[in-house]
Design a protein around this ligand. Structure first.
Ligand SMILES: [Mn+2]
Length: 345
């Protein structure tokens, strides 16, 4: 294994945080999914992994939760250029569908049927690619940090996990509930990820935190599916203003999770100050430290984090500032370290 010197400046070696661990030696792998085919509003999240990677070299490795985090064995799978290209091609077709709908036309029209089918087939291909990648690394006993991309990308990963764990809960941090059935006709839309995931076996709870933009269809789904517990941003903030502490709120949230937990982290769950270029920003949201404290509370409770995704980070349009990537990188490092720590407890 290559020796890592924590005092040196990170080398731009195409590895997250400059950590050069070979994949065969890695305990955790960073798997990027440069995909944003069905994004409806602001594009750019397909380049999220690249933005996070480039900003990640600049981080220092010391972590207050995990000593010598840089020696734990974090390996990087290179960002797949073919997936990035397929996302671009699919997105062009998806854009035709979205524009067709926005002109007041119906999804049932035959004129749009073949475009819709092409997009859905591409998304199925992507899901299968993610699934196969994840099965490979899980089979080798590694943990996976999945990096999006839009929020459609963890489907194959979560499906793979359902084949390794008899039961787990999902802690979902997001501005949106992502519970729409085939949003805009796209079966695997970024806005449908939790709807789709909840069709999979072995998932006993979906705990949603920070949600503040949802539709009636989604609220009906939350009420109807007893496995889903909503901690929406409005109620969390109002309780907080009336004296309930974030510590109490976190303990309440964590109490709903089973002993094994998957975290799905949409960066727009945070306040937009921390993700100014994300595709579908919403006012309000969690503070950076608030989100970290919630994950720390999961670890402190003794529950195991079995995997996570970090989605919807988008680089700045000008390409001049690294703020979105910088926050993404810090969050990625922290989530990885807390996942590692939870496994050792
Ligand atoms: Mn989302």
């Amino acid at each position: 294994m290559e020796i890592v010197n924590p005092h040196q400046i990170s080398i731009k070696n195409n590895c997250f945080f400059g950590l050069p661990t070979a994949i065969e030696d890695a305990q955790v792998v960073f798997l990027s999914v440069p995909w944003d085919a069905t994004v409806s509003y602001g594009e750019g999240t397909a380049d999220g992994p690249k933005a996070i990677l480039e900003a990640s070299y600049q981080l220092d490795w010391y972590d207050f939760d995990l000593s010598q985090a840089w020696l734990k064995g974090y390996g990087t799978i290179p960002i797949n250029a073919d997936i990035r290209e397929k996302s671009k091609q699919t997105r062009a077709i998806a854009t035709q569908v979205i524009e067709y709908l926005e002109s007041g036309n119906s999804l049932d029209d035959r004129a749009i049927a073949s475009s819709l089918k092409t997009v859905n087939q591409s998304s199925s291909f992507l899901n299968h690619w993610v699934y196969e990648q994840c099965q490979k690394f899980l089979g080798q006993g590694k943990k996976i940090a999945l990096i999006g991309g839009d929020h459609s990308i963890p489907f194959g990963y979560i499906k793979a996990l359902t084949e390794h764990y008899p039961q787990f809960s999902i802690l979902h941090i997001d501005a949106h509930a992502d519970l729409r059935n085939a949003y805009e006709g796209f079966t695997y839309s970024h806005a449908s990820i939790m709807y789709n995931v909840m069709q999979l076996p072995n998932i006993n709870k979906l705990i949603q935190v920070g949600i503040r933009d949802l539709c009636q269809e989604e609220m009906d789904k939350i009420v109807e599916d007893k496995r889903i517990v909503l901690f929406d941003d409005w109620h969390l903030k109002n309780q907080f203003y009336e004296g309930v502490t974030w510590k109490q709120q976190c303990q309440d949230i964590v109490s709903h999770l089973s002993e094994t937990v998957y975290i799905s982290f949409d960066i727009d769950g945070l306040n937009q100050v921390f993700c100014p270029n994300t595709g579908t920003p919403v006012a309000g949201g969690l503070d950076f430290n608030q989100a970290i404290y919630l994950i720390q509370t999961v670890v402190k409770s003794g529950k195991k984090i079995i995997g996570f995704d970090l989605c919807e980070v988008a680089p700045s349009k000008s390409g001049k500032d690294e703020w979105d990537g910088n926050i993404g990188a810090r969050l990625l490092y922290k989530l990885t370290n807390l996942m590692y720590l939870s496994q050792k407890n």
